[in-house]
Design a protein around this ligand. Structure first.
Ligand code: MN
Length: 488
């Protein structure tokens, strides 16, 4: 999977040590690059871009990184000492995600052999501090990871950061197709689309539901047959109402055409604005979501864009993510939990087993009964993520949760669902999320962690609140108050 994005490995040094030391530094860097690329914990290709020793070289390389579309980030390391005034121009211009690794080619000090020559060649502790200063002085957004480069724990952290960096680079090109506006009178799905494009790179634009309805009419029988075959292969058909499934199939074919034609990464619709459509897309949206397209119901373009980004960040991971909504509390004593679902649209990517296609009435929207996928979601550690518009700034909220198996089946529930326990406990978790202004809509991911999202938010320069097992309301209040000062 590593071909689409690459990370540039740039090693700093200077001419003071003579050509043979620079050669040794380059050789070590090449060995490290090869070993990184063999590690299963490093999901993207690392490209060694040379040992840099002058201001012009550094400026030219880092501006080239900016202009190389598949370069998702720059990783720097100082094998020796690289005077950091050489880095000012280049780092100041650098727009790509930036990771400074602090490591050393030799694991241990060779006590018997170490002399001045060895120390001059292996002085990362020295060089990395000089490099760290200039990034701090420039107020450069960056990640710093220290560890021994052969250890998989360090490589895991590099790999995790790479996913955040990919999210950031992907975010800057996200295009969202909106079919209809937001659900009337709903506040949390609103937001400043100009600021979203400036800050997060999202191009969010509206397209007529009428033109979508016209596309639906043009779906050919051949396309319909192919889509029905896809449904039969992936899902269990648990209804005799094939007409409803076929209608969803035509909706999906038309949606896919619009998404591909427009180069979109995410889309929204609204049950209040269906024009000539007979059904709200249910199965259609669910199946599209499972292919990595972001979705937001009721015009929720922020969650749609976020889902597409988290999907890109999760490439190669298998536990899945989905659009989800907090629905119903279960206040059973000592076993409290939250039931998450949506009126239709939960992605089968998080299904615990093969989803069933069923047809049920939808009590709102006033259209025909839509076919939808019904299933239980996976269990285990997961996160809920949302982005809200605070007016003047965006706030990301990440909540650590544990998805659980419900105590009993819910045979009358006609939708896909997940059940979870919020951290640190039911009441603190709810109070924290609600105090932050967290949405009812969010993205649930079983693969990504809060660290992935925090690093993403830092690269994008947006506020990020992490509700976790240590969260207290007093501390959260302080963090939110500080955010109001920092993000003015
Ligand atoms: Mn909703």
């Amino acid at each position: 999977m590593g071909n689409k994005y690459e990370f540039w490995f740039v090693v700093g040094s200077q001419h003071l040590y003579g050509p043979s030391v620079l050669e040794e530094v380059a050789n070590h860097s090449k060995i490290m690059t090869d070993e990184f690329n063999k590690s299963r914990n490093i999901p993207f290709n690392v490209c060694f871009k040379g040992v840099v020793t002058t201001t012009d070289e550094i400026t030219s390389l880092l501006t080239k990184a900016n202009n190389t579309s598949n370069c998702a980030g720059v990783i720097t390391w100082m094998h020796t000492f690289s005077p950091s005034k050489m880095w000012i121009r280049g780092l100041d211009l650098l727009e790509k995600p930036y990771l400074h690794i602090t490591t050393q080619y030799n694991r241990e000090i060779p006590y018997e052999l170490i002399d001045m020559n060895f120390m001059n060649t292996n002085q990362s502790a020295h060089g990395d501090r000089e490099h760290g200063f200039i990034s701090a002085r420039l107020r450069k957004k960056r990640k710093i990871i220290s560890g021994f480069w052969e250890d998989e724990t360090m490589r895991c952290r590099i790999g995790d950061w790479m996913r955040s960096a990919v999210g950031a680079v992907f975010s800057r090109q996200v295009k969202v197709m909106r079919l209809g506006d937001n659900m009337r009178y709903v506040a949390v799905t609103e937001g400043d689309k100009i600021q979203a494009e400036k800050k997060l790179g999202w191009s969010v634009n509206s397209y007529g539901v009428g033109s979508f309805a016209n596309m639906v009419k043009k779906v050919t029988n051949e396309q319909l047959v192919a889509k029905m075959r896809e449904y039969r292969e992936k899902y269990i058909i648990d209804t005799t109402n094939l007409e409803s499934i076929e209608y969803q199939a035509t909706l999906e074919v038309a949606l896919e055409e619009m998404i591909v034609d427009g180069g979109f990464h995410a889309y929204t619709n609204s049950f209040e604005d269906l024009y000539e459509l007979d059904q709200l897309p249910g199965l259609a949206s669910q199946n599209i979501m499972s292919k990595g397209i972001g979705f937001g119901a009721e015009g929720d373009w922020k969650t749609a864009a976020l889902e597409s980004i988290m999907s890109e960040m999760s490439k190669g991971l298998t536990k899945g993510l989905s659009f989800i909504e907090d629905y119903t509390y279960n206040f059973k004593k000592d076993n409290e939990s939250i039931l998450g679902a949506h009126m239709l649209e939960v992605s089968p990517a998080i299904a615990i087993d093969k989803p069933k296609i069923q047809v049920h009435d939808l009590s709102i929207g006033g259209r025909k009964a839509p076919a939808r996928l019904v299933f239980k979601a996976k269990t285990g550690n997961a996160i809920l993520v949302t982005i809200i518009d605070m007016g003047g700034r965006f706030r990301m909220i990440v909540h650590d949760i544990t998805a659980i198996t419900p105590e009993h089946d819910m045979p009358n529930l006609p939708v896909a669902y997940a059940m979870w326990k919020p951290m640190p406990d039911m009441n603190t978790g709810n109070e924290a999320w609600i105090r932050c202004g967290g949405t009812h809509h969010s993205v649930i991911s079983y693969d990504l962690t809060a660290q992935h999202m925090k690093d993403f938010a830092e690269i994008m320069g947006i506020e990020c609140i992490h509700i976790n097992k240590k969260t207290t309301i007093d501390e959260l209040k302080m963090t939110l108050a500080m955010g109001d000062l920092i993000y003015k």
